[in-house]
Design a protein around this ligand. Structure first.
Ligand code: AMP
Ligand code: ZN
Length: 113
């Protein structure tokens, strides 16, 4: 599934550059272009779903894969404390309508208190 004019579909297809952090069968992880925390990585299903609930209903295994990749990224980049958040709907802050989780942390791995 690939939607025209979807920026994340274009990143998955390699038509728009991104800083790839990790990849799995169904998911890619890349750095957020406008990071709001010291660690800010997006975990994005390779196929297009409008939001995380649509992903959950239509491809539960894809959601599990996304959460697992988020955990691996967090293990690489943080000391183990992180958030995995999903904005759903314009009023809740969703600006890109291709499902994605934000892996964020204020504490990058190995950084002093
Ligand atoms: P949301 O507001 O939850 O829909 O999240 C969309 C996120 O995508 C925001 O944090 C943006 O900073 C980020 N973003 C927008 N364009 C790009 C891009 N080309 N590459 C990486 N991240 C992007
Ligand atoms: Zn898309």
């Amino acid at each position: 599934m690939n939607e025209t004019n979807c920026i994340f579909c274009k990143i998955v297809a390699g038509e728009i550059p991104s800083q790839l952090v990790a990849e799995s069968e169904h998911t890619i992880a890349f750095n957020d272009l406008f990071p709001r925390k010291p660690v800010h990585v997006l975990v994005v299903p390779k196929n297009h779903y409008d939001n995380v609930a649509e992903l959950a209903f239509e491809n539960p295994a894809g959601l599990v894969d996304l959460v697992q990749l988020g955990a691996k990224v967090a293990e690489q980049l943080t000391d183990g404390a992180y958030r995995l958040t999903f904005n759903t709907g314009l009023a809740a802050g969703q600006t890109i309508f291709h499902a994605h989780g934000h892996v964020t942390s204020t504490k990058p791995k190995g950084e002093d208190e």
